[in-house]
Every structure is written in structure tokens, then in C-alpha cells.
Design a protein around this ligand. Structure first.
Ligand SMILES: Nc1ncnc2c1ncn2[C@@H]1O[C@H](COP(=O)(O)OP(=O)(O)OP(=O)(O)O)[C@@H](O)[C@H]1O
Length: 694
């Protein structure tokens, strides 16, 4: 057999393929070390003009050194491709094939020849996409297996050999099934073809991915950012990228993935972070009914009208005095200027800034007509004169966004004036505070209020737009929140990830078309992921019983994990015995390798926390990293979304359902909780299980 035929064997013989691959790994590591040493040896004393430059340059060098680190437990390369012909070369008869090792980052030798190719490079793409049906000029695809940082196995596919049957890769399966501990990790070695298409889709277009639990949406979103930064590094360094997730614990859970891929610059935030304003804290909460109205896209029209209502046509002519002369601009001319600015598609604040010069220009025209020869300085002086300033203030006063929203929520007449024909009287009543607040500072703003203020702020002054935004768990956003995210990528593109069946807010997304239009990305391409990488087949089948009630029409996930015995539904116990039974189930689960999540209705969490403490079992909060000391996390149902654990113990499903304002939301919350397990789910209950599950 040749180089590519044999599989495992002893690495003693230098000629053995495995030994040769190990030697390439050793050489690549040495080359990476040399690259790092080159950077470390840079002496910037002579090239920087001042200390600011020096600090900036040194920071860049430090980042580069960090990026060149060789992490002992992350394989430097995980695959190899042998092309039939040299890629890019004319596919002429006799053109030579080439061989590439695919890894997390580019490594070259002292001559600059590549030893490892970045997974994001175009030549790496067939590693993810080529198949027997479409070999993409690949003769051999080799996957490497590692044990504790050592290269110990490999597996070959001869994609262009018609005599070899297509087979499921064992190494791939093992990698997918590796137990989970700690934060989320990257999936560069095993990105699937349908995922890769999303990861590598172009920067100019937006993509929306509908996918059931565990289909890799979050993973795909993060790898897409890494890919875009590789393919469009300069542009995105200028314009910026952002990943938006539902809450802090989720962001903690995913925050390691991009740095592990060498990308340190990507910001992560919640929607609340985006709309946060200095000096305004969230101290209030809305009822569901009020929050629904505040999150409705029609609020944008109410705000638009309210902002524009500040423009008042002039009642009197304007008189500007210069030296011994007085210049008069009649009211109708001022009105024309105002009308012209109102018709233009510019922000309220920008129009206000333009107004003094417009008025001054009119005065200048008059001066010229009278035979004077005023220059730009005269125009500036007129624009800055007290008379013009006063006129501008009267016609186009400054609008403070928070004050405007304060007034809308406190002043029934002001609200009615701008909501007439847009919101019903009942809806207006829901918006008004029972006891109005006096000032922006003392008001108990809710999360939805800050989104309204953000919308108002954008009417006054254009929000800064980024180059690319990834929006995860999008299904929970209100239309007004979609707008808030959308204005942060007006000039860029977006990747929207979500699952309609996991929407647990009263305003949850009903259709992606609708959501994308609120986001301002109606042209986004809708993709669907259906292969599940997290939840074992038995467990996802059980959870999918809820689908007809929570999201009719959505196809169930088909799991790639065959784990017999992964689902245990314990018989009902007496209510007084439930907590003890749950603690016992946690103890049993801890006998397995990996992380354990105890998920319970929020209201049950304090009691379970006490019981765990009494039993002497240490536990973590969601998003906290598992340690040698504790692998058990106590998860309130409201924070379970997006997270995963090897083994999940699920406490009292009926309480999770009844913990939500309505039954559909309750069942959706339960669906989220049922789909967090990678290897096993144990369900304990005293109350009857929801009928939909039985
Ligand atoms: N191609 C893959 N190879 C290996 N593991 C994968 C692959 N795709 C996804 N996974 C793993 O499957 C798990 C679920 O992925 P992820 O959290 O991205 O799913 P999701 O669709 O966002 O789920 P949810 O809807 O529950 O938030 C993660 O552990 C992820 O690393």
C-alpha cells in the first residue's frame, strides 16, 4: 500500500505514513515557533516616532505573538488534501497535484513555503465540501485523529477513485461525540457541507438561518465571523464586527471560540448593551401587554411623528442686524427653507445643524442684491448671530431622545396626538405610566423603553453602522429590537440565527420574512439547518412531540447521535420527595465524564440550591466555567437557551410550563430545556407530565 493506504500502525518506521505525518507536525510546530520568535525579536525602537506609535505598534505585536501561540491541546492541523492538479494552474494534462495540510492558522517554513494552510483559505474549501459525487479535484482527503495533543490516527477518502465506496468518517463521528466540558469550542475540523456554505457566504449579502436545537447555528455564526475577518480583514478592521447574544451567561459560554480561532477583535453584546445610554439604568419592568406594544414596529411611526412635531413654522420674519444695516427674511421664505429640509431624507439633528447656514445664505443673497460683496466669513457670522440662533431654536429646537420618550409615556394628550390612527386607545393606555415620572433621571425605565429611546436617538442622529453583525437567538427579539440591531448594520450585512420553535417572548418572531424586514435586510437569503449535532436521537424525538403545539409546520431535527439509553423519564414521585430525587439524579450523572446541568423552573431554583448545598454538592451558575472542583451547573429555565451540558437532569416539567405567562410559551420553554443534553437526559417529576409529551 502506498502513503495513503495504511491507517494505524507503529510510528517507529520513518517510512510509515503515520510517522511521516507526525514528522510534519513536529516540523510545523518548529516553524510556528520560529515565526513567533521572529515577531518577538522585532525591535521597534528605531522605527517609531513617538511613544503613542510605539504603544500601538507594541500592542499589535503582542496580539500577533498571542495569535502565533501553539496551544498544546489544539491540533495545529486536522486535515490534508491532495489535489489532482495544482489548484489555479491550468488543468492541463500532466499538471502536477499539490498537497496541503489544513489547520487553524497559516504556518510557513523559513523559505515562506506553506506548511499548514488556514482553514478559511480557498484551497481549504474542498476539505469541507468535496464528496464522492463532487470531488472538486481532490484525490485524497485525510482526517487526523489526536489523543491529548499527539497525532495518533488518520483516515483517508479517495474522492476521485470510483472503486472506493463513500463511508461515514469515524474520526468525524468521534470528534462530534467528544464529551463537553467548559465553554463552547470551535468546530473547524468538522464543519459540515451545509454549514460551510453559510460560513463562507459573501460579506455583501445577509443570511438568515432557521435551525432546530443543536443544529450548529451558534457555531456557524461564530465561524462565519472568523471567515469574514479572514476574507475581508482590512475592510472589517475599519468597519467592525459584532456578535449579539441573548444574555451574559450565553456570551460567557461562547466567548472563547473566536479567540481560539485567532480572532481577538470581535465585540460581543446583548441587545440591552446596544441600546444602553449613559445615566439611564433599567429599573422598571413592563407587563407583557405593555411590552408587546412598546416592541411593536408601529412605535417607530409614533416616534417619528413626535420628533417631527417639534418643527414649528416661523410666525414672524427674521431680522439680522449687521453694522448699520438690517436685513429682513420674511416668514414665508423661512417656511420654504424649513419645508425643503423636512422633505429631505436627513436626520432631524443634521437638518437642524444645516438650518443656520441656509438662513444665512438667504441673508447673503439679499446683501448681494443690495450691491454688497459678502464672503464666506460674513455668511458664517450671520449663521452664528443671536437672531439666527433664536430663530433656529424656535423653528427647529433640539430634541433630547429620552425626554421625548418620557413625555410620550407620561402625557396622554401628547401621545394621542402622535399615535392617532397608529395605535388604538387601548394600546395607548397600555403605554402610559400609571404614575408619571418627573425627569429622565428619576424615571423607572424598562428594557423596552431604552429601545424606544434608541429609536428616537436614531431619528435625531444617525447611528453608527458596523461592517457585519451576527444576531443569535434572534427569534426572541421584538420588531423594535430588530430595528435597533438593523440600524447598526445599515451599511453592512447581517447573519441572523434562530429557531421559531424556541421563541419564548410574548413578541417572539412569527416569520423570518417579517423579522428580516424589520431588520432592514428583507433581501437576506433564508437557509435551513436540520442535522442535529447536540441532542441524541431518542431525546430529540421526545422533545419534538411538542413541535405540533409550539411551531406547527417546523420539521423535527434529525440527530447524528445514536446514543441508546440517553433518555430516562423517571416515574412520578411524591411532591415531598422530588427535590431529594433530583439531587440523587445529579449525583448519578456526576459518575459520567463531562458537564452536568440541572435545569429547573426559575421558582424552583432556590429550593434546589439549598438541597445541593445540604448534600455538600458544589454547583456553578450558567456561563461559569466548569472546574475540577465542580462540573454541575444549576440552570434556571429562563437562562438555558443556547447552552448545553453532557448530562441534563430536568426538574418538574409542569413547573417549567406553568412558570410562563401562557401555555404555548411554557411549552416552548420546556422544548428549550429538553434539548440541552449531549449524552443523556433524566427527567424527574411529581406533577403529571404535560399532555403533549405523553
Ligand atoms: N459540524 C459540527 N461538528 C461538530 N460539532 C458540531 C458541529 N456543528 C455543531 N456542533 C456542535 O453541536 C452543538 C450545538 O451547536 P450550537 O450550539 O451551535 O447549536 P444551535 O443551533 O445554536 O443550538 P440552539 O438552538 O440550541 O441554540 C455544539 O456543541 C457544537 O459545537
Amino acid at each position: 500500500m502506498d502513503d495513503d493506504g495504511a491507517n494505524d500502525g507503529d510510528s517507529g518506521a520513518a517510512a510509515h505514513p503515520l510517522a511521516r505525518e507526525q514528522a510534519h507536525l513536529t516540523a510545523s510546530r518548529a516553524a510556528l515557533r520560529a515565526m513567533r520568535e521572529d515577531v518577538e525579536a522585532l525591535d521597534i525602537r528605531d522605527v517609531t516616532a513617538n511613544w503613542v506609535n510605539a504603544i500601538v505598534l507594541q500592542a499589535q505585536i503582542d496580539d500577533r505573538i498571542k495569535a502565533l501561540a501553539d496551544l498544546a491541546h489544539t491540533p495545529l492541523f486536522f486535515g490534508r488534501l491532495n489535489y489532482l492538479h495544482a489548484p489555479g494552474a491550468e488543468l492541463a494534462e500532466g499538471a502536477e497535484g499539490e498537497q496541503f495540510y489544513i489547520g487553524r492558522r497559516h504556518v510557513h517554513d523559513a523559505d515562506g513555503d506553506p506548511m499548514v494552510i488556514d482553514w478559511r483559505a480557498p484551497v481549504s474549501q474542498p476539505f469541507y465540501r468535496a464528496s464522492k459525487n463532487d470531488p472538486q479535484d481532490i484525490a485524497l482527503r485525510r482526517r487526523f485523529g489526536y489523543t491529548g495533543g499527539e497525532l495518533t490516527a488518520y483516515e483517508d477518502e479517495h474522492l476521485s477513485d470510483p472503486s472506493e465506496a463513500a463511508a461515514v468518517s469515524k474520526l468525524l463521528q468521534q470528534e462530534i461525540e467528544r464529551p463537553r466540558v467548559g465553554p463552547m469550542r470551535d468546530i473547524v475540523a468538522t464543519i459540515q457541507p451545509e454549514q460551510d456554505e453559510i460560513v463562507r457566504s459573501g460579506l455583501s449579502g445577509s443570511v438568515c438561518v432557521q435551525g432546530g436545537p443543536g443544529t450548529g447555528k451558534t457555531a456557524v455564526g461564530l465561524h462565519r465571523v472568523a471567515y469574514l475577518l479572514y476574507a475581508h480583514r482590512e475592510r472589517l478592521a475599519r468597519t467592525g464586527t459584532l456578535v449579539i447574544g441573548p444574555n451574559r451567561s450565553f456570551l460567557h459560554y461562547i466567548e472563547q471560540v473566536l479567540p481560539a480561532l485567532g480572532e481577538l477583535e470581535v465585540k460581543q453584546a446583548t441587545v440591552e448593551d446596544l441600546v444602553a445610554r449613559d445615566g439611564l439604568e433599567i429599573r422598571g419592568a413592563d407587563t407583557a401587554a405593555t411590552a408587546v406594544v412598546k416592541g411593536d414596529a408601529r412605535m417607530a411611526e409614533v416616534l417619528r411623528r413626535a420628533v417631527r412635531s417639534h418643527v414649528t413654522p416661523p410666525a414672524e420674519p427674521l431680522m439680522v442686524v449687521r453694522g448699520s444695516r438690517r436685513w429682513r427674511v420674511p416668514a414665508y421664505e423661512l417656511e420654504e427653507i424649513v419645508a425643503e429640509l423636512q422633505d429631505r431624507d436627513i436626520r432631524y439633528g443634521a437638518a437642524r445643524d444645516a438650518l443656520p447656514q441656509r438662513i444665512a445664505h438667504t441673508v447673503l443673497v439679499r446683501m448681494e442684491q443690495a450691491g454688497e460683496a459678502p464672503d464666506d466669513r460674513v455668511q458664517d457670522a450671520v449663521a452664528r448671530s443671536a437672531a439666527v440662533k433664536a430663530a433656529v431654536k424656535a423653528m427647529w429646537p433640539a430634541v433630547e431622545p429620552a425626554k421625548l420618550v418620557l413625555r410620550l409615556l407620561s402625557d396622554a394628550r401628547f401621545l394621542a396626538e402622535h399615535a392617532a390612527g397608529v395605535l388604538s386607545e387601548e394600546e395607548q393606555a397600555l403605554l402610559l405610566w400609571a404614575k408619571p415620572f418627573r425627569s429622565v433621571k428619576s424615571a423607572k425605565w424598562s428594557a423596552a423603553d431604552l429601545v424606544l429611546i434608541d429609536e428616537a436617538a436614531d431619528l435625531v442622529e444617525r447611528t453608527h453602522s458596523l461592517g457585519h453583525v451576527v444576531l443569535d437567538e434572534a427569534q426572541d427579539l421584538s420588531p423594535m429590537q430588530y430595528r435597533a440591531v438593523g440600524r447598526r448594520c445599515t451599511t453592512g450585512s447581517a447573519t441572523v440565527l434562530g429557531d421559531l420553535a424556541q421563541g419564548t417572548t410574548p413578541w417572539a418572531t412569527r416569520s423570518w420574512d417579517e423579522a428580516l424586514s424589520h431588520l432592514g435586510k428583507a433581501e437576506a437569503v433564508l437557509e435551513e439547518l436540520t442535522a442535529g449535532f447536540r441532542v441524541p436521537r431518542e431525546v430529540i424525538a421526545y422533545a419534538s412531540r411538542l413541535l405540533p403545539s409550539i411551531s406547527p409546520g417546523l420539521a423535527p431535527v434529525s440527530s447524528v447521535r445514536e446514543t441508546p439509553g440517553s433518555l430516562v423519564v423517571a416515574p412520578a414521585v411524591e411532591p415531598s420527595e422530588l427535590t431529594a430525587a433530583v439531587v440523587g439524579a445529579c449525583r448519578d450523572s456526576l459518575r459520567h465524564e463531562g458537564s452536568i446541568g440541572l435545569i429547573a423552573a426559575d421558582a424552583r431554583v432556590p429550593e434546589l440550591a439549598r438541597a445541593l448545598e445540604e448534600a455538600g454538592m458544589a454547583y456553578l451558575s450558567p456561563g461559569e466555567e466548569t472546574t475540577a472542583f465542580s462540573r454541575l451547573t444549576l440552570v434556571p429555565a429562563s437562562l438555558a437557551k443556547g447552552l448545553e451540558y453532557d448530562y441534563v437532569v430536568l426538574d418538574e416539567p409542569a413547573a417549567i410550563v406553568s412558570g410562563e405567562p401562557d401555555e404555548r410559551t411554557g411549552l416552548r420553554r420546556l422544548y428549550v430545556c429538553l434539548t440541552r443534553a449531549v449524552s443523556g437526559l433524566t427527567l424527574l417529576h411529581a406533577d403529571p407530565l404535560p399532555a403533549e409529551l405523553v
